[in-house]
Design a protein around this ligand. Structure first.
Ligand code: B3K
Ligand code: ZN
Length: 891
């Protein structure tokens, strides 16, 4: 396979105006008739029509109703003798496929005896021959025919215009999509499904039908998804003036899905994980994820579907923007500001533990990549999460109202078109003349073109006599593959000053700024170095820099412990308050990791830190969700990112010792926290009550850890009782996790009981598998347990959710269990990558990323990891997906 380059983009030689598809659905042989009207693109030199197709059996090709000559060139169907001129002509292509054998879950496939499709990015070519590229937008009519008893529900995009019975127990349905769309947004569903329905009236008085389709028996788990959908519709109208443009909007859940969900026009297809929830089976985190994924897919209806991408290099145009929108949506649904901050901290945690490593590793790529081999590999945290940060910075630089104006201009200019990231940035800037974004647009767009995480160095100088405080900033960005040196970025730094003695918020008068004083100041750094001076500063301040994480950078400021403790106690910015605690913990961890002493010893947290954690935990006004975040130590992955050479076992041991230290030193406080925060009343997944459950769950975890250490049996017994009596999945699962995570003997019967209770609930069994595969390793017991789980009757490697719950939970989310000195974890990984690759390359390629950071590992891990990668790379018939990942890792 060869790389595709952004610079090589050329417009298509033909346009497809209409597509009329008919399907005779059958699991082993589905017949597809594709009638299109096409015309030559007058802007491009006359040439043959080359249609993409993959794993199709071609039966017939007609041009204007007549047979025609054609040839095959690899996976392309090439038509050379087409009518001259630019008049439209018709092209009919008749093919068959075998959905039952489609284990890649791209194109048309069967799951639980129903038919589903997944076309993004390049799955439509597995359904019919087509110009399978996002800049070809057509009007679709779709007719589905199938056995009525087996497939009573027949769905496609748009409106149902006709349906009825056919001979031999078959029936049909005809759908017309009123909007033109790229092929990747096509969808069909057929099967035994039932729907929750809701009629809504939009602001403009228009009526819409919302439907959530699931398997019979799952209807009692659709209320939250429907509520989330209604909230999404209302939010997009209120915040951006974007109404629902369809009479009918459908969500369908399937249990076999490569990712989270897909925004097909009017017919979103979802992984069941992001639809199904009731209090008995779903946790608070599941509820929150459903809300954000339902929102995300719905918001694509405008950002992605009405305006789509010119080519796949522009993927972040829709994904970064839509993640930003779903983050804002979830924040706006929070009633109180503290819950908004909690959401922001969670989002930043994802960015820093997943995207920063990606940006520093072999798969580093710009938000708008310059080349790829397999586009499926570029649905990354960089495109999504860093892309969202880039959009967020645009909002920061133009204000919330200014950004909304920019969005309006974007839709005025480009509705119905396939465009680029440049087009988007230009629209936001043009709507905000005089803004920092408009003034610095070319430099700002380096966020799209340069890979890597910038580092901002900051230093403060206080002049007590002059009562001035100056912050000096520098910026740099390490080389990434193909980009040896970087130009400076435009970095919006939101900052404030906290009195070093008083702890008070200090008023900010910028030396050359307006006369007015602020408590928050936005300083935009766009050169390699810059500084700002504040006047009337009457005590030595502690700077609170990068409030709300105003830019996706690493901030280096040499805080003293005392300064961090001041911020932890007083910073009015909740993000930086949390960050101060993280910095303190990180500092202790790194010190302990570097020390020669046995890392399993005393735990490296000092008394001041412990005392500070106690005051946070006991704080009278901070909310529980925020406390839980502050009391969570930086993850092993995040700690590893701060080190040049990584010994995963040492990190694990040090962090576990720190956890034990928190458990024992704060035991009385944990007891108090549990008693004060566990509820037994009615369940509601709102942020406030979720936060209470999260903190109570954390308390149980620490109480079990302390009990295992001391041999005390009281708390483990209580936790088991809590596990049995819990009235919702969050409390039940937290109790179970506390037992499993501590390694207490009661975990064994609890796990057995949990399995028996939920043996028919696939999503709950996924949790059961994931909990065991992700449990802390104590003496190497996890890998054998994982191997055992693979032989469990409920395990199937073909189901992506189940494969992820065991294999990914171990290889990607359990560093202490995975990085074994005997290399057995890596051997297991290589075997699974190769096994999965022959079934489902996309899932395999995700798993292949687990060794991205192997070059940082200390020996013996490093050598063993390279060998495992080399073994995978040596396999002859690897997919492009896995090939690209392992080749880049080894390069
Ligand atoms: N756009 C889809 C992702 C498709 C992934 C294809 N490999 C879901 C989303 O981002 O909303
Ligand atoms: Zn998306």
């Amino acid at each position: 396979a060869t790389a595709i380059h952004r610079a090589d983009y050329v417009a298509p030689a033909y346009w497809i105006d209409t597509v009329d598809l008919s399907f005779d659905l059958d699991p082993t042989k589905t017949r597809v008739l594709n009638k299109m009207t096409l015309r030559r693109n007058p802007d491009v030199a006359a040439q043959a029509l080359r249609l993409d197709g993959e794993e199709l059996n071609l039966a017939r090709v007609l041009v204007n109703g007549q047979g025609t000559s054609f040839k095959m060139d690899g996976n392309q169907l090439v038509l050379e003798n087409l009518p001259e001129g630019t008049e439209p002509f018709s092209l009919e292509i008749f093919t068959t496929t075998c959905p039952a054998k489609n284990t890649k879950l791209m194109g048309l496939y069967v799951s639980n005896d129903s038919f589903f499709t997944q076309c993004e990015a390049e799955g439509f070519r597995r359904i019919t021959y087509f110009l399978d590229r996002p800049d070809v937008m057509a009007m679709y009519t779709v007719t589905l025919r199938a056995d009525k008893a087996k497939y009573p529900v027949l769905l496609s995009n748009g409106n149902l215009v006709e349906h009825g019975d056919l001979d031999e127990g078959r029936h049909f349905a005809k759908w017309v999509d009123p909007h033109k769309k790229p092929a990747y947004l096509f969808a069909l569903v057929a099967g035994q499904l039932v729907a929750r329905e809701q009629r809504i009236t939009a602001r403009n008085g228009k009526e819409h039908l919302l439907q959530v389709y699931v398997r019979p028996g799952d209807l009692d788990k659709t209320e939250h998804a429907m509520n989330s959908l209604m909230a999404s519709v209302a939010w997009d109208e209120a915040r951006f003036g974007l109404p629902l443009d369809l009479e009918r909007f459908m969500i369908v859940a399937t249990s076999d899905f490569n990712m989270g969900a897909m925004e097909n026009k009017g017919l979103n297809i979802f992984n069941t994980k992001y639809v199904l929830a009731n209090q008995a089976t779903a946790t608070d985190v599941d509820y929150a994820n459903i809300e954000s994924v339902v929102g995300h897919e719905y918001f694509h209806n405008w950002t992605g579907n009405r305006i789509t991408c010119r080519d796949w290099f522009q993927l972040s145009l829709k994904e970064g923007l839509t993640v930003f929108r779903d983050q804002e949506f979830s924040q706006d649904l929070c009633a109180d500001p503290s819950a908004r901050a909690v959401k922001r901290i969670e989002d930043v945690r994802v960015l820093r533990t997943a995207q920063f490593p990606e940006d520093a590793g072999p798969m580093a790529h710009p938000v708008r990549p310059d080349s790829y081999i397999e586009i499926s590999n570029f649905y990354t945290v960089t495109i999504y999460e860093k892309g969202a940060e880039v959009v967020r910075m645009m909002q920061t630089l133009t204000s919330r109202a200014g950004f909304a104006k920019g969005m309006t201009l974007y839709f005025e200019r480009f509705d119905g078109q396939a465009v680029t990231c440049d087009d988007f940035a230009q629209a936001i800037a043009d709507a905000n003349p005089g803004s920092a974004l408009a003034n610095l647009l070319p430099q700002f767009k380096r966020w799209y073109s340069q890979a890597g995480t910038p580092r901002v160095g900051a230093r403060g100088t206080y002049d007590a006599e002059a009562q001035t405080y100056t912050l000096h900033f520098t910026q740099s960005c390490a080389p990434t593959s193909g980009q040896p040196s970087k130009q400076p970025y435009v970095i919006p730094i939101l900052l404030g000053l906290v009195g070093g003695t008083s702890g008070q918020t200090l008023a900010l008068h910028a030396q050359d700024g307006p006369g007015e004083a602020y408590s928050n100041y936005l300083f935009v750094v766009s050169e390699e170095s810059a500084s700002i001076t504040f006047t009337h500063i009457q005590e030595e301040p502690v700077p609170s820099i990068l409030r709300g994480f105003s830019a996706p950078v690493v901030l280096d400021f040499e805080y003293t412990d005392a300064q961090l403790l001041t911020l932890l106690a007083n910073d009015p910015d909740p993000f930086n308050r949390w960050e101060a605690g993280q910095r303190l913990a990180l500092r202790s961890a790194i010190k302990q990791i570097a020390a020669h002493a046995d890392p399993a010893g005393a735990g490296g947290l000092n008394d001041a830190y412990i005392a500070a954690m106690r005051s946070v935990l006991r704080h009278p006004t901070l909310d529980a969700a925020f406390k839980e975040l502050v009391l969570t130590l930086p993850s092993e992955t995040y700690i590893a990112e701060q080190l040049d050479v990584v010994d995963p076992q040492r990190i694990h041991t040090v962090r576990e010792a720190m956890r034990l230290q928190l458990a024992t030193a704060l035991q009385v406080d944990w007891e108090w926290a549990y008693e004060a925060h566990h509820d037994n009343g009615a369940y509601s997944p709102d942020p406030l009550s979720s936060g209470r459950r999260a903190l109570a769950g954390m308390a149980l975890t620490y109480l079990c850890l302390a009990a295992v250490q001391s041999g005390d049996a009281v708390w483990p017994g209580k936790v088991l009782q809590r596990f049995k009596d819990a009235s919702n999945m969050t409390d039940r699962f937290n109790a179970l996790s506390a037992l499993v995570g501590s390694g207490h003997a009661l975990a064994v019967p609890a796990l057995a009981r949990f399995h028996a209770m939920f043996k028919d609930e696939a999503l709950v069994l996924d949790k059961w598998f994931a909990l065991q595969a992700g449990a802390p390793d104590r003496g190497g017991q996890i890998l054998p347990a994982v191997r055992q789980l693979l032989t469990h009757a409920d395990f199937s490697i073909r189901n992506p959710n189940r494969a992820r719950s065991v294999i990914f939970s171990y290889c990607s989310a359990n560093p202490g269990g995975f990085h074994r000195p005997d290399a057995a974890g890596y051997v297991f990984w290589a075997d699974r990558v190769m096994e999965l690759d022959s079934i489902n390359p996309q899932v395999a390629a995700r798993l292949a990323r687990a060794l991205d950071r192997w070059k940082k590992l200390a020996d013996p891990y490093r050598n063993a990891a390279r060998e495992a990668l080399a073994r995978v790379a040596a396999k002859a018939d690897l997919s492009n997906d896995v090939r690209e990942v392992v080749d880049r890792a080894l390069a």
